[in-house]
Design a protein around this ligand. Structure first.
Ligand code: SAM
Ligand code: SF4
Length: 334
């Protein structure tokens, strides 16, 4: 731990930073965005150089793992420059790994450059294996392109974890098949509950499917063995005896995992969110731009970490139709 390590009021060491590099996306997933989205003006975004400087400051403050996310990170122009700059820092200071969460649409093109930059593991979001359903969920995605991206990533040597949002009446019937398919192709799969983030066009109570229910159904088909495997995130894993693969559950709604939270998130405008589920935030862009040195930035980070809340309190119920948190997941970065 560096001397200036980030330890919050509850004794949690912050070692994981998720960086959203754009709020834009080539998809409009129904649980994530509205059809008509207003995106930030480009001038509000941190430049690639500023993003690099910000990440480097966090690495000096004890961040060991960086995840680049969005919006869709691979649609940001010149994004490889950021991966290359960060990749060069792996193993030199405290930084252990750089990862990315992507919808896979551009992966065919980026798989090899990502590997060459030092990325070894990626998360690909995939909610269905059915072409028509994929189009319906993403509103504009092509399943074939994502599949080609997955193949290219595996050929390049990237390990893939699939993230699948469990959606009631949409993909719940397909989950067992997706698990078998992922495991047969040497990929872990993690199921995620929908979280009430940002206005979408539909009703979230229609989509919400508690993973406790999914797990109970899966137990009728598979033997699920709890295992202590962790990737530094909130997922809890089981081994599926029949396939030999790993299955993760991220259950923000039915199980509160905040006590072991080691992460903070920064948006593409340099706003630091200490908790995905709370509104409190700190602006890091002003101190970043105020001087060439990092003193003001470091001070702003310390002040923010001192305010990191104990946890979130997400609720999805029919009495409150408003989202618990107004900003979309694509702003804070999933
Ligand atoms: N565009 C990239 C992707 O889809 O992987 C990265 C950003 S996306 C916001 C990150 C993850 O958040 C995706 O796995 C997505 O399924 C998930 N996500 C988006 N909105 C969500 C919500 N309201 N509840 C739960 N997960 C959500
Ligand atoms: Fe885009 Fe990812 Fe949100 Fe889907 S989940 S709309 S791919 S940011």
């Amino acid at each position: 731990m560096p001397e200036s390590a980030m330890i919050d009021r509850f004794g949690r060491a912050i070692t994981y930073l998720r960086v959203s590099v754009t709020d834009r996306c080539d998809f409009r997933c129904v649980y994530c965005m509205a059809e008509d989205m207003t995106f930030l003006p480009k001038k509000d975004l941190l430049t690639i150089e500023e993003l690099e400087r910000l990440c480097t400051a966090f690495i000096a403050k004890g961040v060991r793992k960086l995840r680049i996310t969005g919006g869709e990170p691979l649609v940001r122009r010149d994004i490889m420059k950021l991966f290359e700059a960060l990749g060069r820092q792996i193993g030199t200071g405290g930084l252990e790994e750089v990862t990315v969460t992507t919808n896979g649409s551009q992966l065919e093109r980026f798989a090899r450059p990502l590997f060459d930059a030092g990325v070894r593991r990626i998360n690909v979001s995939l909610d269905t294996l059915d072409r028509a359903k994929f189009k319906a969920i993403t509103r504009r995605g092509e399943l074939g392109r994502v599949m080609a991206g997955i193949t290219a990533a595996q050929e390049a040597g990237l390990r893939i974890k699939l993230n699948t949002v469990a959606l009631k009446g949409v993909n719940d019937d397909e989950i067992p098949e997706m698990i078998r398919w992922a495991h047969a192709h040497d990929m872990d799969l993690t199921l995620i509950e929908t979280m009430p983030l940002g206005d979408i066009d539909g009703d979230r109570t229609d989509q919400y499917l508690p993973l406790s229910l999914v797990r109970a159904r899966l137990k009728e088909l598979f033997t699920l063995e709890d295992i202590p495997y962790r990737t530094g995130g909130p997922a809890r894993y089981v081994k599926v005896a029949e396939t030999g693969g790993r299955l993760g559950f991220i259950t923000p709604m039915t199980h509160n995992f905040c006590e072991s939270c080691n992460r903070v998130r920064v948006t593409c405008t340099g706003t630091l969110f200490m908790c995905l589920g709370q509104e409190d935030a700190a602006d890091l862009r002003a101190p970043l731009r105020a001087s060439e040195g990092n003193d003001l930035l470091m001070q702003a980070i310390d002040e923010a970490i001192a305010r990191k809340p104990k946890g979130h309190d997400f609720v999805i119920d029919r009495r409150t139709s408003r989202p618990s948190v107004r900003r979309h997941m694509s702003v804070t970065g999933g």
